[in-house]
Design a protein around this ligand. Structure first.
Ligand code: PLP
Length: 391
């Protein structure tokens, strides 16, 4: 046999292992110093009550002959697809139930969707970026071109007519920068995609952090998007499902006269076994009025943390974006430090750990990501240390 040599082209990710190594070395040398992690990319608050209750009662059903369920529909149970369809209505998006596919998360589907596209396609990826887009396409051997997200365009790059791309990744609100596209900006991408017969893979994993009602939660709020965009969303950050696993992908029937929707159904029914019944019942509870209220309390907790961080940075005139509609705060390292210099500076002086922006792409150099996923107590303590040190 011959192996897929494209795997040799994936760059090893040293980002989080290097962070862990530096933190370990520091703790060993300074056992009395308490380190606060503001680099966490995972949620920390537990599942909400209605979700836990739904998981429990679904488990009970599975233990009773009359309500036991075996193989389920790979594309998801209608009770959940229907709830998500209604959820989209709250953002003025009309979908058909069979345009919604339940998945075990956005990461899987963002990679798996590539089965439907030719390896001859050129992929356009913003830089800095969530590494999954680049790695999955590298594994398949596709050509990747980058579009610069930087301070000049407020980390929201717009289409360039001179660039020809077939598959375009957009993540809004963005990880790592927290930047959010407005409707007029997204319209430019939709128009570009339709004109160039390209597809937009829209990652809306953080849409639930948006509070400004003028900002789009879904690309389908934009006219023309249904003929060129596939949307990926997840309950991971929305409802703390990072360990529970559930997400959804919308493949509109307008793309290539329903062909892409049909192909995705065929792909999923062949290669995917679906999300467990119990988990789908837990996910269903997220979309009930009580579920929405409870997850909002958790989201507000994270957003308050972000506000505390942002106010501290403001006080010391440190340029930053994000935090408002996102759990991420993206800051410019002071005194022209590189991302790793600033990492060391924070670790040594105030024992705060964040994520160097350079780990997300070349345009991330000189920037730094802090997250609001920590506890309130630790967030406040970290900000007090920063405040005192920067004076
Ligand atoms: C966390 C995250 C996701 C969600 O991934 P899951 O696989 O659903 O947990 C998707 N996209 C981005 C950019 C993320 O940061």
């Amino acid at each position: 046999m011959n192996i897929n040599t494209n795997y040799q082209n994936i760059s090893d990710s040293y980002l989080f292992s290097t962070i862990a190594k530096k933190v370990n070395e520091f703790s060993k040398a300074n056992p009395d110093k308490e380190i606060i992690k503001l680099g966490i990319g995972d949620v920390t608050l537990p599942l909400c009550k209605v979700v836990v209750n739904a998981l429990k009662s679904a488990s009970e059903e599975m233990g009773v002959k009359e309500t036991f369920r075996g193989y389920g529909p790979e594309q998801g149970y209608d009770f959940l697809r229907e709830k998500i369809r209604t959820y989209y209505n709250t953002h003025n998006v009309e979908l058909e139930t069979d345009e919604i596919f339940i998945s075990d998360g956005a990461k899987s589907d963002l990679g798996n969707i590539l089965d439907l596209f030719s390896t001859d396609n050129t992929v356009l990826v913003p830089d800095p970026v969530y590494p999954v887009y680049v790695d999955t396409n590298t594994m398949a051997g596709r050509k990747i071109i980058y579009i610069d997200a930087n301070a000049q365009n407020e980390f929201l790059p717009l289409p360039d007519e001179s660039i020809k791309a077939d598959i375009i990744y957009i993540c809004s609100p963005n990880n790592p920068t927290g930047a959010v596209y407005n409707k007029a900006q997204l319209k430019q991408w939709v128009d570009y995609a339709n004109k160039n017969n390209a597809v937009i893979l829209f990652d809306s994993a953080y849409e639930c952090f948006i509070t400004d009602e003028n900002l789009p939660h879904s690309i389908f709020e934009i006219e023309g998007a249904k003929s060129c965009a596939v949307e990926f969303c997840s309950l991971s950050k929305m409802a703390g499902f990072t360990g529970t696993r559930c997400g959804y992908t919308v493949v509109p029937k307008q793309i290539q006269n329903g062909l892409l929707n049909k192909m995705w159904l065929r792909r999923q029914t062949t290669k995917f076994n679906g999300v467990p019944y119990i988990i789908q019942r837990g996910a269903e509870a997220v979309f009930t009025p009580e579920g929405q209220k409870e997850i909002q309390e958790n989201l507000n907790y994270y957003k308050e943390n972000a506000k505390i961080i942002s106010q501290t940075l403001d006080k010391h005139n440190i340029w930053h974006i994000g935090g408002k509609h996102s759990p991420y705060i993206w800051l410019k390292c002071p005194d022209n430090m590189t991302s790793w210099e600033f990492f060391d500076y924070l670790l040594e002086n105030v024992q705060i750990v964040g994520t160097p922006g350079s780990g997300f792409g070349k345009n991330g150099e000189g920037y730094f990501r802090l997250t609001s996923f920590g506890s309130r107590e630790n967030t406040i303590k970290a900000c007090e240390r920063l405040d005192k040190f920067l004076k």
